[in-house]
Write a protein that binds this ligand. Structure first.
Ligand code: FAD
Ligand code: A2P
Length: 272
C-alpha cells in the first residue's frame, strides 16, 4: 500500500513454502481447479508433480502429491483436484479462495516427462478422472508439438460434466497466443464417458483393444516404431493399459531408461 515501507522482497509468508491462491473454479461437486503464485526459484518439467497442502489441525503441514496442470512456461501454477468428502486434505482444500495461502514444496518429480520417451511419430495421453492433470500441462508444452506429428488425448470419466475442465482447456489451445500455432491440427481429442450418454463412450482400454479409437481418428493401430504413450489413472487403469500397450509391442520406460511409454498413478487408491 501507499504508506507501507519500501521493500525489495514481498511480505514474509505466514506458512513455510507459502504460495497465494489467485483463482478457483469449481467444475462439479467432486472436482475443482485452482491457480497459485509460482515461487520464482521453481523450475519443473511439464508433466511433473509436487507436494502441496495446508496446515493441519495439529499445526503440522498436511501434504499430498499433485500434478502441476500448468505448463513449465506459465507465470502461475495450476492444479486440478478431486474433493474427497472426508479426505484429510481435500475436505479443507476445496474451500480455498483467492488470497488464501497453500503450502507448496518446490521439489518437482515424476515420470510423465518427454525425457522418458524415445522419439516417435505420435504421442498418446491416456487418462481417467483427475489423471488428465499432467496432460493439461503437457498439452500446453511447446516441446510436445515440436517432437510429435500428432498428439492424442484420450480422457474417460463416468459423466459428461467431469470432462469439462479438459474440454475447455483443449478448446482454448487453438486461440492461445503462445502455442496456438504450434498446436495447429496436431492435437486429437478423444473424450469418452462410461455411465452417461455421450457422442463417444467406453473405457480407454476397450476403445484401444477394439480398435475403435484408431478407426474413429483414422490412425493405424499402435506400434512400437511410431507410437509413444503416457498413462495416468487409478492403479487398476494403469495396470490394464500397461498390458494393452505391451501387447501392441511397446515397452515401459523411465527417466533413466527412455522407452515407448511411461505410467504414473493419478492417486494412491484403496487397492484394486
Ligand atoms: P486421501 O486420504 O489422500 O485419499 C482418500 C481416498 O480418496 C484415496 O484412497 C482414493 O481412494 C481417493 N482419491 C484420492 N485422490 C483421488 C483422485 N485424484 N481421484 C479419485 N480418487 C481419489 N489428486 C488430484 O486431485 N489431482 C492431482 O493432480 C493429483 N496428482 C497426484 C499425483 C501423484 C503422483 C499421486 C500419488 C497422487 C496424486 N493425487 C492427485 C492424489 C492426491 O495426492 C490426494 O490423494 C488427494 O488430493 C486426496 O487427498 P485427501 O487427503 O483429501 O485424501
Ligand atoms: P467405468 O465407469 O466402466 O468403471 P472412477 O470414477 O471409478 O475412478 O473411474 C473413472 C473412469 O475410469 C470411469 O469412466 C471408469 O469406467 C474408468 N475405469 C475405471 N477402472 C478402469 C480400468 N481398470 N480400465 C479402464 N477404465 C477404467
Amino acid at each position: 500500500t501507499m504508506d507501507a515501507p519500501a521493500r525489495t522482497e514481498t511480505a514474509k509468508p505466514h506458512l513455510p513454502d507459502a504460495q497465494t491462491v489467485t483463482h478457483v473454479t469449481h467444475w462439479t461437486d467432486r472436482l475443482f481447479s485452482f491457480r497459485v503464485t509460482r515461487p520464482r526459484s521453481l523450475r519443473f518439467r511439464s508433466g511433473e508433480f509436487v507436494m502441496i497442502g495446508l496446515l493441519g489441525d495439529n499445526g503440522k503441514p498436511l501434504l499430498r502429491a499433485y500434478s502441476i496442470a500448468s505448463p513449465a512456461w506459465d507465470e502461475e501454477l495450476e492444479f486440478y483436484s478431486i474433493k474427497v468428502p472426508n479426505g484429510p486434505l481435500t475436505s479443507k482444500l476445496q474451500h480455498i479462495q483467492p488470497g488464501d495461502e497453500i503450502i507448496l514444496r518446490p521439489k518437482p518429480v515424476g515420470t510423465l516427462v518427454h525425457d522418458a520417451l524415445l522419439p516417435g511419430k505420435r504421442l498418446w495421453f491416456l487418462a481417467t478422472g483427475t489423471g488428465i492433470a499432467p496432460f493439461a500441462s503437457l498439452m500446453r508444452e511447446p516441446e510436445t508439438y515440436e517432437k510429435y506429428d500428432q498428439v492424442i488425448m484420450m480422457h474417460t470419466c463416468r459423466e459428461v460434466a467431469e470432462l469439462e475442465y479438459g474440454r475447455q482447456l483443449v478448446e482454448s489451445l487453438k486461440d492461445d497466443p503462445l502455442i496456438g500455432d504450434l498446436v495447429g491440427d496436431k492435437l486429437l481429442y478423444y473424450p469418452t464417458t462410461t455411465r452417461e450418454t455421450f457422442h463417444h463412450m467406453g473405457r480407454v482400454t476397450d476403445n484401444l483393444t477394439s480398435g475403435k479409437v484408431f478407426t474413429d481418428l483414422g490412425l493405424p493401430p499402435m506400434n512400437r516404431e511410431e507410437d509413444r504413450a503416457m498413462v495416468c489413472g487409478s492403479l487398476a487403469f494403469n495396470i490394464d493399459v500397461k498390458k494393452i500397450l505391451e501387447d501392441f509391442g511397446l515397452t515401459e520406460g523411465a527417466n533413466s531408461d527412455p522407452q515407448q511409454f511411461v505410467v504414473e498413478k493419478a492417486f494412491v487408491g484403496d487397492g484394486i
